[in-house]
Design a protein around this ligand. Structure first.
Ligand SMILES: [Zn+2]
Ligand SMILES: [Zn+2]
Length: 564
């Protein structure tokens, strides 16, 4: 059986996460991991905070905190948000930790020894007033493409141009505000992608056919004509020291060490699991490596990190790269700096994990951008989750409990289900859902679960147990028994998407164990049939499963958005 190593993009320890991050990366990674675990595969989900880089330095300075203190605080905040969303990791580490530095140096040494890291002189801006070098966001000026006046040294937020800082017009030092800035030639170390482009392309051709079109065509156009060498060092005082005498005082550029975080965090995880992080995971050819990322991360995960992995021999390169498009807010991109976002933390505290995981899964932007609206949220929870699943399970189980509370329903009424067409249809659907999730089509998989919920609802309504019970209680017992099989199956299927709702459904049934759960989840129904070959007495009185969202509250939340 294949093993899976799932990673989700390291969240940057520099600000709150929004729905776009959760729906685009962490939720699909969590659902896929739960799915493979339920199928019986060995799988680990690894991530952690990305804690270096200029943006963190600037904000820590603004907040008058030490860099370490600042990133620790965001690390804690993000981890607790993931807990609230029931997003689980085998390990969630930090790139400022000593174990990460150790692993990063091993990668550097290997690439350096192989001649894939070289020194080059680079033109850089230096402030003549405070004497700092001004890489990336440490300088702002007028964009030479669109004339926007607050373009940063790495990117123009207006036109999106990848900025060459020395070409900025009217540059201003972000440390001290001085305009007395000169161009100096500075040595930096480069990752020599040009030297490895042939090997890279050969590898990419083996992956291309299986990857999403949006991902493979982006990579294709970026690498077909050859690659560009990239600087991996910076003159900063926060980050990992470059271990060369002549590079004294330089740190690794954040993008170089961040993806190595997947490997270093796995190593740290293996300290407790007792495995070897390389032999058992990163260098194991039986392991499929799955990187969940947003589309803005394709260059690093689809080109640079695979190149670093292949060239250094430290790790196998990524197998699947499910890069999602963006989730917007009312059609416009989320923006923390402009205040255009919904607080993911407040939302989960108000609506709980079932409602948010459900709504956000329906928005996973697997092929196109999607858009969050509060009206859409209300419709999804009330019309879909509550009316379809909540209503069916609640009606069926309440009817069961009320009428067969003490004596239960006997085996023959359950067993008759397994001789019907309806059972074959159920089994086919469950297997299809598994296949859809195997293809990492997480959103589509949920649609298929909901469609099975619809089948169950229709079965219940069409058979009118409330009328049948008045004339033939035995016949009614059969209808309810068949409904209970649907309910338990839905409970098993939801354990990936909505673990909280799932466990509430499973709790109605006596003696559910992991083997039975797996058997039903995968559509085998071998143990499932055996389980229902007994009298079933429900363990407790069913309670409302899905709380509806109040229209008045949605109106308020809409007003908040309109005021932004
Ligand atoms: Zn300055
Ligand atoms: Zn511009």
């Amino acid at each position: 059986m294949a093993k899976y190593l799932v990673t989700s993009a390291l969240p940057y320890a520099n600000g709150p996460l929004h729905f776009g991050h959760i729906a685009g990366v962490y939720l699909p990674a969590d659902i896929f991991t739960r799915h493979k675990k339920l199928q019986g595969h060995q799988i680990i989900h690894i991530s952690g905070s990305d804690e270096h880089g200029v943006a963190i330095m600037q904000n820590a300075q603004k907040k008058k905190k030490s860099y370490q203190e600042y990133v620790n605080q965001w690390h804690k905040t993000h981890k607790s948000l993931f807990d609230d969303y029931e997003i689980q990791f085998e390990f969630f580490g930090q790139t400022s930790a000593p174990y990460h530095k150790e692993e990063t140096l091993l990668w550097f040494e290997s690439l350096y020894r192989k001649g894939l890291i070289e020194k080059k002189a680079e033109d850089q801006l230096q402030c003549q007033s405070c004497h700092n070098y001004l890489p990336d966001r440490f300088v702002e000026g007028t964009c030479y493409v669109c004339d926007y006046e607050e373009a940063r040294g790495d990117e123009c937020p207006k036109c999106g141009e990848w900025i060459d800082a020395v070409k900025l017009k009217n540059p201003v030092c972000k440390f001290c505000g001085s305009k007395d800035i000169e161009v100096k030639s500075v040595d930096q170390w480069y990752l020599m992608l040009t030297k490895f482009s042939k090997e890279y392309r050969e590898w990419f051709e083996t992956r291309k056919p299986e990857w999403r079109k949006t991902v493979s065509s982006a990579i294709d156009s970026l690498t077909k004509e050859g690659m560009v060498d990239r600087a991996i060092t910076r003159d900063l005082d926060w980050g990992i020291d470059v271990p060369l005498e002549e590079a004294k005082g330089k740190k690794f550029y954040v993008w170089f060490d961040a993806p190595i975080g997947y490997v270093s965090n796995t190593k740290e995880y293996c300290q407790t699991s007792g495995e070897d992080y390389l032999a058992d995971w990163w260098q194991n050819d039986d392991v499929e490596i799955v990187n969940f990322i947003g589309k803005d991360n394709v260059i690093f995960h689809g080109i640079i990190f695979p190149m670093m992995s292949l060239a250094s021999g430290r790790a196998n390169a990524v197998t699947h790269l499910p890069a999602n498009q963006y989730v917007n807010l009312l059609g416009k991109q989320f923006s923390k700096s402009k205040g255009w976002y919904v607080d993911a933390d407040k939302a989960i505290k108000e609506f709980g994990p079932d409602a948010l995981r459900y709504a956000l899964t329906t928005l996973i932007p697997e092929n196109n951008d999607s858009s969050f609206t509060w009206d859409g949220f209300e419709a999804k929870i009330n019309n879909e989750l509550a009316n379809n699943i909540g209503n069916f399970v609640n009606r069926g189980m309440t009817f069961f409990y009320k009428n067969w509370k003490e004596e239960g329903i006997d085996a023959t009424h359950f067993q008759s289900f397994f001789k019907t067409e309806a059972f074959l249809d159920l089994q086919t659907r469950v297997k299809e859902i598994n296949a859809t999730l195997d293809r990492i089509e997480i959103r589509r998989g949920l649609e298929q679960v909901m469609s099975l919920g619809q089948v169950a609802n229709t079965y219940f309504s069409d058979h009118e147990p409330w009328a049948v019970i008045k004339v033939d209680k035995d016949k009614c017992a059969e209808i309810i028994a068949h409904s209970a099989i649907y309910a338990l199956t839905l409970g098993c299927l939801f354990s990936t998407y909505l673990p909280n709702l799932s466990s509430k459904i499973l709790e109605y049934f006596p003696d559910i164990n992991d083997d039975l759960l797996r058997d039903i989840y995968t559509g085998e129904f071998k143990l499932g049939r055996e389980y229902f070959n007994q009298t079933i007495v429900l363990t407790k009185k069913p309670k409302g499963l899905v709380k509806k969202v109040e229209a008045d509250r949605i109106k308020e939340l809409n007003e908040v958005l309109q005021s932004l």
